[in-house]
Ligand binder design. Structure first.
Ligand SMILES: [Zn+2]
Length: 353
């Protein structure tokens, strides 16, 4: 019998320890997590205002992803998405780093407002400056302390001003890495949206960092459908980027990239009775709402401008002529529109009743 050669003890390969990450002069070591309060500016009550940032710095090298919400202070669905994300055990073995900022516009959040105290819109104030308005200062601080340390980003929003949005990703899918993230997210709809001037997305893309926006639900309300799709989406992007293990045999839901979007506006002022809920597929010239006069029975019908799907709608039934009522999207085919609708139905039957 040939004798087995004695096995040499394996040389232990020394893996160099991952560098720590520093945010606001606070250092978080590899394998640790920490909440950092970045000082902004006091309220005039003398109360200190901080930007709360939670950092999960994995032991192993990997992407550095920021997930932020409430840049518009009244868009609270994202705050709940981030809260649920941070409770997941998956993060215990994170590869790379997650930087979670549940409330970027802390001033707007406490006053339940989209804006900063001077009515400035933070998402129109990037890249910002330390000598500018409070919005401009906060924008600059966010880019320098958070975004500059990241490789990828997700920004979470909701519909504004009584408008409810179907869960949707807005992204520049000409960038292959952004497209990869958008497809992995698995929201029913992807809107290949142009960059808004002075938005966070514009500033982040200009820094060469792939980022997408997720929109769902309406401001000042929790929408369980939007929260569920948003949370699943963030986790799916983290799986796609290799930050957490992929699920075997589990494919992300197929998103439809819509062709074009447009607002359908009120053709007169009045009280509106909507005929189609969010997620409905409608034919060209189908009646989608009636606008009535509170005194007489003067009734004006609102017709669908083309075959499409309702991806945003106004919940407040009082409108002025010209108000945006439905956000419409078209697709390559009727089949694609039905696919979106079926996906919405499967995830949230109430939505499609
Ligand atoms: Zn927003």
């Amino acid at each position: 019998m040939p004798r087995k050669a004695a096995q040499k003890p394996k040389d232990k390969v020394k893996v160099p320890k991952r560098d720590s990450i520093t945010i606001g002069n606070i250092c978080v070591k590899a394998g640790e997590r920490s909440t950092i309060d970045l000082p902004i500016a006091r309220l005039y009550t003398h109360t200190e205002m901080n930007l709360p940032v939670h950092v999960v710095h994995g032991k192993k090298e990997g992407p550095v992803l920021f997930v932020c919400a409430a840049i518009h202070g009244d868009e609270i669905n994202g705050v709940e998405i981030v809260r649920r994300l941070l409770k997941l055990k998956l993060l215990n073995n994170l590869r790379g780093t997650l930087i979670a900022i549940p409330i970027v516009n802390v001033y707007g959040f406490i006053t339940r407002s989209r804006y900063l105290p001077d009515r400035r819109d933070l998402n129109r104030s990037f890249p910002g400056s330390y000598s500018g308005s409070l919005a401009s200062y906060l924008a600059r601080l966010f880019l320098d302390e958070i975004v500059a340390k990241c490789t990828h980003g997700i920004d979470i929003h909701s519909g504004s001003n009584h408008r409810n949005n179907l869960p949707q990703v807005r992204a520049t899918i000409e960038d292959p890495e952004v497209e990869r993230m958008a497809n992995a997210f698995g929201a029913p709809v992807i809107v290949n949206a142009r960059l808004r001037d002075n938005s966070l997305r514009e500033a982040v893309i200009a820094m060469g960092i792939p980022m997408l926006v997720f929109e769902g639900g309406e401001s000042l309300r929790f929408n369980e459908h939007a929260i569920t799709v948003g949370l699943k989406g963030v986790i799916s992007v983290m799986r796609e980027l290799g930050m957490v293990p992929r699920k075997a045999r589990k494919k992300a839901p197929h998103s439809v990239v819509v062709k074009a979007t447009s607002w359908v506006r009120a053709n007169k002022s009045g009280i509106i009775h909507s005929a189609v809920p969010l997620g409905s597929v409608v034919k060209k010239n189908q009646v989608i709402a009636c606008i009535i006069d509170p005194i007489g029975d003067n009734e004006e019908k609102l017709l669908a401008p083309y075959e499409g799907i309702v991806i945003g709608c106004l919940n407040l039934p009082l409108v002025h002529k010209g108000d945006a009522i439905f956000l419409f999207a078209s697709a390559e085919s009727r089949q694609e529109l039905e696919e979106i609708s079926d996906m919405v139905l499967a995830e949230n039957p109430i939505n499609a009743e």
